[in-house]
Design a protein around this ligand. Structure first.
Ligand SMILES: C[S@@+](CC[C@H](N)C(=O)[O-])C[C@H]1O[C@@H](n2cnc3c(N)ncnc32)[C@H](O)[C@@H]1O
Length: 196
């Protein structure tokens, strides 16, 4: 999978990696920043998503579509599709450009809306990547866990760099008998929950 990333996808990944680094140092306002995952987290997500059971692959928080490209790589490898949600129109526009340039339009469905209005109609989720505002993590966790297939995964970003804000969710996940959960120290810290 990593040895055969299509050139157009690789080119867009590199472009977004450069822009994300610039965003963090050139004073770009937070609302405009891409705030995307680092490449090693992308690889981690792709590995997990490629090995997930049958079912839907979804993402909450597209931004410009960088993490979606890693999920699309996994989806392409396993003959599946990805549905991703983004609320901000400027980010939606950038993400559409990403998917067109990377050649993944046919395997990525972008829904320009608040994910909370849509998640419950996905009742067979194999993999969900949660990377939105931290205030909605608890609510989205409670929507996604019942919809996961057996062995399905919920991965939530920022479990270490926003540990204080997410502490009650992390404690809840660790004691939640519906899942096995662990925090993986990669990138900004990933909470990985597997439905038992
Ligand atoms: C940290 S960024 C996502 C970065 C992206 N996952 C990546 O790594 O390339 C978070 C994004 O989530 C979006 N967002 C926040 N709450 C949302 C919600 N309830 N539904 C859909 N998108 C949401 C924000 O507009 C923002 O663009």
């Amino acid at each position: 999978m990593f040895h055969s990333i299509p050139p157009a996808m690789l080119e867009r990944m590199k472009f977004l990696e450069t822009r994300d680094i610039e965003d963090r140092t050139d004073g770009t306002p937070r609302i405009q920043r891409l705030r995307q995952i680092p490449p090693e987290t992308g690889k981690f997500l792709a590995l997990l998503a490629a090995g997930a059971p049958d079912g839907d692959i979804i993402e909450v928080g597209t931004s410009a579509g960088y993490s979606t490209l890693w999920l699309a790589l996994a989806a392409q490898t396993t003959g599946r599709r990805v549905t991703t949600f983004e609320v901000l129109p400027e980010k939606v526009e950038l993400a559409r450009e990403t998917f067109r340039l990377a050649g993944v339009d046919s395997i990525v469905k972008l829904i320009a809306d608040d994910a909370r209005k849509h998640i419950e109609r996905f009742d067979q989720i194999a993999f969900c990547f949660l990377d939105a505002e931290k205030e909605v993590y608890g609510e989205i966790y409670e929507m996604v866990i019942p919809c996961l297939v057996k062995g399905g995964l919920l991965v939530a970003d920022n479990a270490i760099n926003h540990r204080e804000t997410l502490q009650s969710l992390l404690d809840h996940a660790m004691h939640d008998e519906r899942v096995d959960a662990v925090v993986v120290p990669i990138g900004k810290g990933e909470l990985v929950c597997r439905k038992v």
